[in-house]
Design a protein around this ligand. Structure first.
Ligand code: FES
Length: 112
């Protein structure tokens, strides 16, 4: 594991992460409620997150990811699919900060 990389999930906490981890991998390891209806194969948009800081540490979005994001609610310029955005390096600003849209959190709590 590359030392010093962590992801802060707003309202949920900060967790260690390694190069190669997707945002969803880290969320799942720490029981952060991030939906992933298609099983992380880029065929839904339920793992949509907003990357508020540290996007430079993440893999670039593929065309498939951008297509899925077009269908996501609450879309912004900082939107990513949690299962597709992978850590490639430590963020220049020292922090990757991720916000899970509140409708998505509710979806998980209600069991879909
Ligand atoms: S879990 Fe379906 S696209 Fe990420």
């Amino acid at each position: 594991m590359t030392p010093g990389i962590s992801i802060h999930f707003v309202d949920h906490g900060t967790f260690e992460a390694a190069v190669g981890d997707s945002i969803l991998d880290v969320a799942m390891r720490h029981e952060v409620p991030l939906d992933h209806a298609c099983g992380a194969v880029c065929a839904c948009s339920t793992c949509h997150v907003r990357v508020e800081a540290g996007a430079d540490a993440l893999s670039e979005a593929s065309e498939d990811e951008e297509d899925q994001l077009d269908a996501a609610r609450d879309l912004g310029l900082d939107s990513r699919l949690g299962c597709q955005a992978r850590l490639e390096r430590a963020p220049a600003g020292g922090e990757v900060r991720v916000r899970i849209p509140s409708w998505n959190v509710n979806l998980v709590r209600e069991g879909g």
